[in-house]
Design a protein around this ligand. Structure first.
Ligand SMILES: NC(=O)c1ccc[n+]([C@@H]2O[C@H](COP(=O)([O-])OP(=O)(O)OC[C@H]3O[C@@H](n4cnc5c(N)ncnc54)[C@H](OP(=O)(O)O)[C@@H]3O)[C@@H](O)[C@H]2O)c1
Length: 333
């Protein structure tokens, strides 16, 4: 081993531990005071322009209503036109002065370029970009025979957010705007049968954390880690082993027995509050922070608990629910 690495190995850990012990109380005090002050300086969204991807259902739909109530003008993106039109109509009724819709697939870079250009040509500015479009995957890795079927998970969740961010950034810099990245607690919590989804969300999280360092305070970035929230996804919509999007209600039944599922409306309110305050992250429910601490200080313990819980308990429940209800997953795409 090079002498410089040996020296770093010896010196860096004690220096960092001592610095953390000395600085942490001041840092903790600073974050409390800072978040208290920020709660009084919440951004006024009246006439501001917000682009939301994945706005046709679930959390994205509720985000549209939450921004509408605050008087923002909206550009709503998703693939299902009829549902987008419905959301746009409700958003106008809830207070948004102007709403446009764009049918687009975020996994396609040209589509992302188009919907950002449409937003700018219609409104002339962009204040918030909310990267929310996402798709879940659900299978045990060793059961997959053709892994290319899982590629859309990365293309939608990760690349879809990266493309939209790339084309929006010049406009966000002009308005000193904000980006919200709806990742997931799955980005750092080990959720068996969700390896592809979790990896795409971890990539998303890592991308935005790096971007935050690159951009500094010019564009504020809020990463979002939610637990289970009511939506089409939580109803069991996911990409299966054959690459088709299916709805399998037994997934929800297995989870709902153990975890409280949050209302999408309430999550949307917390997200928009956090983004308007300029928070670094929004984690809801907040007890997830305790699990994150556990992952950092005792990762094995979390692994054991997740393994026992998901594999021993939930897998048994899934097969029980399927047998009981005779459920067959329904293909939707
Ligand atoms: N529900 C949860 O428990 C939970 C927890 C943590 C994080 N999240 C994240 O929250 C976000 C929203 O999910 P949700 O729970 O609200 O589920 P949802 O109801 O299924 O919403 C997903 C949205 O993404 C859109 N979408 C999917 N693929 C797309 C594509 N290729 N191009 C454009 N839009 C696409 C869908 O619209 P179209 O089908 O019309 O295109 C829909 O509007 C996702 O990123 C998800 O990972 C959800």
């Amino acid at each position: 081993m090079e002498a410089s690495h040996l020296l770093m190995n010896l010196l860096l850990p004690p220096i960092i531990i001592i610095t953390i012990l000395l600085v942490f109380p001041i840092y903790f005090f600073y974050t409390i005071v800072h978040s208290f002050i920020r709660s009084f300086t919440m951004e006024d969204m009246t006439q501001k322009v917000v682009l939301i991807t994945g706005a046709s259902s679930g959390i994205g739909e509720c985000l549209a209503y939450e921004y509408a109530k605050r008087g923002a003008r909206l550009a709503l993106v998703a693939r299902r036109e009829t549902m987008l039109k419905e959301v746009a109509k409700k958003a106008r009724a809830m207070g948004s002065p102007d709403v446009i819709i764009s049918c687009a697939d975020v996994a396609n870079s040209d589509h992302c370029k188009r919907f950002v250009e449409e937003t700018i040509s219609h409104f002339g500015r962009l204040d918030h970009l909310v990267n929310n479009a996402g798709i879940s995957s659900s299978f045990y890795f060793e059961e997959a025979s053709n892994l290319t079927n899982a590629v859309p998970v990365m293309n939608v969740n990760y690349w879809g957010s990266v493309y939209a961010t790339h084309f929006s950034l010049p406009h966000l810099k002009k308005t000193k705007g904000k980006i919200a990245a709806n990742a997931s607690s799955s980005a750092w919590l080990y959720g068996p049968h969700m390896s592809m989804y979790s990896a795409s969300k971890a990539a998303m999280m890592s991308f935005y954390e790096t971007l935050r360092v690159e951009l500094g305070p010019t564009v504020t970035i809020t990463t979002i880690s939610l637990g289970f929230v009511e939506s089409e996804m939580i109803e069991g919509k996911h990409i299966g082993l054959d690459g088709k999007v299916v709805v399998d209600p037994s997934r929800k039944d297995a989870v709902a027995h153990f975890f409280p599922i949050m209302k999408a409306k309430e999550s949307a309110r917390l997200i928009v509050d956090g983004v308007c305050r300029g928070d670094r992250d929004v984690t809801d429910p907040s007890w997830l922070r305790a699990l994150y601490l556990c992952k950092v200080v005792a990762p094995e313990v979390l692994e054991w608990v997740m393994r026992f819980f998901f594999i021993a308990v939930i897998r048994r429940m899934e097969s029980f629910e399927k047998r009981k209800n005779g459920i067959e997953a329904k293909k939707v795409f």
